[in-house]
Design a protein around this ligand. Structure first.
Ligand code: GLU
Length: 296
């Protein structure tokens, strides 16, 4: 019997293969869910075809499977959820919380790219929809990071449907988390500043706010974030046990040496039983413990 009070998820964007940094996010959300007998879902965030690699979604799922990070239920693809995003947009329009906007990047440059309040009505069909952000401060609590307080003038009105008619990440993530009943979001700290918009959208759409835990971002020895942009090496299925064992060390879980070659199933079982998320508390960067070889 799974714990109905815990539904977690891993939500990769299929812009490239899984690398070590995204494995840390996947593993942390998996272990947090499984250590509480929760459900762990996988959602492919394929919202932005021009930036995607058509082979990436399957490659990501294959790697998760090879690592034995087995998800529950069916994989959700955001490309198949457009009707739900449209319904949410209509709900926000009906509440006067969404407005059309044709402001250009250049026009917003004096406000650091931020947009505040309604603007002139559109003059042609080419416009974005923005969410009218609250003028109150937004406080975001986190299981790992100090509470973050965002003033209205820090946030501005985020885009929820882009001018090129693609749905924005902010709206899609909120709608899908709610539709899947997600109670716990464990993801990289690089997304922490999206949380206030997501909380505001949840409130306006009548959804519950999940618990959040933002895990530190993995960095290379030179302090740069491991990401697809700086060519972090794609994970392969070879040596998945050794990589998983290293990933547990990066997550400060200290798996015993004798589990290094014991196979993924046993290693994950150990990690579920010993998961201590609080070891990641208030640390902003993860890097290889000094006695480890860098996986890159
Ligand atoms: N799709 C996002 C990414 O790959 C993650 C979204 C989330 O976890 O909220 O960075």
């Amino acid at each position: 019997m799974s714990n109905p009070n815990y539904i977690g998820r891993f939500a990769p964007s299929p812009t490239g293969p899984l690398h070590f940094g995204s494995l840390l996010a996947a593993l942390a959300s998996y272990l947090d869910a499984k250590s509480q007998q929760g459900t762990w879902l996988v959602r492919i965030e394929d919202l932005d075809p021009p930036r995607e690699d058509p082979t990436a979604a399957n490659a990501i799922l294959r790697i998760l499977d090879d690592y034995q990070l087995h998800w529950d239920g069916r994989v959700v693809y955001q490309s198949q959820q457009h009707a739900h995003y449209q319904a949410a947009l209509e709900q926000l329009i009906a509440q006067n919380r969404a407005f059309p906007c044709q402001c250009t990047r250049k026009q917003l440059s004096s406000q650091h790219g931020k947009h505040f309040g309604r603007c002139s009505p559109p003059t042609h069909a080419d416009f974005a929809w923005r969410f009218l952000a609250s003028t109150e401060i937004t406080t975001c609590h986190d299981r790992l990071q100090p509470s973050q307080i965002y003033a209205a003038d820090q946030l501005g009105d985020c885009v929820i449907r882009r001018r090129d008619h693609y749905w924005s990440y902010q709206l899609a993530v909120v709608v899908d988390d709610a539709l899947s009943g997600v109670t716990d979001v464990v993801r990289g700290i690089d997304l922490i500043d999206s949380t206030p918009w997501q909380q505001q959208l949840q409130y306006r759409l009548g959804y519950a706010t999940p618990r959040y835990a933002h895990i530190p971002v993995a960095t290379e020895a030179n302090g740069q974030k491991l990401s697809k942009q700086n060519f972090a090496k794609p994970l392969t299925s070879d040596d998945s046990g050794a990589t998983l064992w290293q990933a547990l060390h990066w997550l400060r879980q200290d798996p015993p040496l004798d589990l290094q070659n014991s196979g993924n199933a046993l290693l994950l079982q150990w990690a579920i039983e010993h998961w201590q998320i609080h070891r990641l508390q208030q640390c902003t960067q993860l890097s290889a413990p000094p006695h480890f070889q860098n996986p890159l």
